[in-house]
Design a protein around this ligand. Sequence first.
Ligand code: SAH
Length: 466
Amino acid sequence: MNDHTTNPWLPITLRLAGARVLVVGGGEVAARKVRLLLKAAPCIEIVALELNAELGALVEQGAITVSGTAFDAGLVQGCRLVIAATDDREFNRRIAAAADAANVPVNVVDDPAPSSFITPALVERAPLWVAISSGGAAPVLARRLRERIEALLPAGYGRLAAFMERHRPGVKALAVEQRRALWEQFLDGPGPERLLVGDEAAAAIELESLIQGEPARGEVYLVGAGPGDPDLLTFRALRLMQQADVVLFDRLVSPAIMELVRRDAERIFVGKKRNQHTVPQDEINSELVRLALAGKRVLRLKGGDPFIFGRGGEEIAELSGHGIAFQVVPGITAASGCAAYAGIPLTHRDYAQSCIFVTGHARADGTLNLHWDQLARPGQTVVFYMGVVTLPRVCAELMAHGLPADWPIALVEDGTQPTQRVVIGTLADLPAKVAAAASSGASLVIVGEVVRLREQLGWFQPRSTT
Ligand code: SAH
């Protein structure tokens, strides 16, 4: 038998505006169908002995009308659809038979056999619908798939479809083939991203310049990749990673995350190890500009959050100076990631009413120019980024400015990753413990009484526990 003849359910999209739809039943199941049908704004007539609160409210608002309390076969006449949604299976089937006899498509809720149509699992991005149907074979599977597509499609995706519809007249003058090529070019350029961040005017300019035959322009995504665990990426980060033409990344971006970048994207390592700035910052800035001006979708992937000790501000300042489209995607910063995965809350009602992020990176002349009197206080948590080299000095200064020698402090190395290590100690003994543990990964230092909570709240079991 030919496979094509064995799939008897055909998904179609139906115009319901102005059509009559009859729903029989007044409970939760009927309400669920009514909620869906209302999106297509038909006139919905309902037949039920009793209406639940939601349906009652809709009747009061005039959104739906009641055609009576008893079903009569005559009611299906002239309807575009009938839904049988009572809790009486036999009754539902009689309704289906009446609709069938009148050639009106009918759906019996949760009973595909007597149904002439079934509703697919749906993802809505108006005016766009994604419908997933298993032909009634495995609704749970269809729903699973829907969840995945739901996560994949940006919330603003419908805006893109609406924009393209509005601009169809402007593109109409072109021949069909050219029209398609133009839309393809538009979808590959910076226009869609402009729309998704809500800048319709910029998208219209992009489209116009394509209509004028100018080459597609590039754009830059400055994206925070989080602290290392790929599951901590945002939906938007992942989406941009999968559509970039070229990626500039540094050591803080874990290999597991680089795995998720589009396979055929060009990868450029721009380094940055402690004391070894492989590519100077201004060269990175001008490389971003050069690639974007060449029409590329450039992903600048940074560890953690690009605006927290990430020099992200400098990179986009250069872009904006050249009029290049860009967007910034926040990421989970190392402090949040390490704290969560080490079981150390950054604030706590009893121990820390504030939290400070500071850099422990020494200046070129070796000085650590921090406001020690503000950092060496109880009732707060202080997180040092880039603080492993200067750890002994940090501990000494905090004690010199008044914190006790047994004040809790933790070092989290490779936070959120399978190689995560946590060393707990006091201001007096942590430097020696860390030296003994021979830390080599990225490390964050957390100072404050919240560190003690780890004993109770630690949960993450990395592969190499020490
Ligand atoms: N923009 C990044 C920080 C860059 S500064 C962010 O928001 O997280 C680099 C410092 O971040 C490192 O020296 C280290 O202190 C810290 N860091 C980044 N990722 C880390 C990780 N997975 N574990 C521990 N520390 C990390």
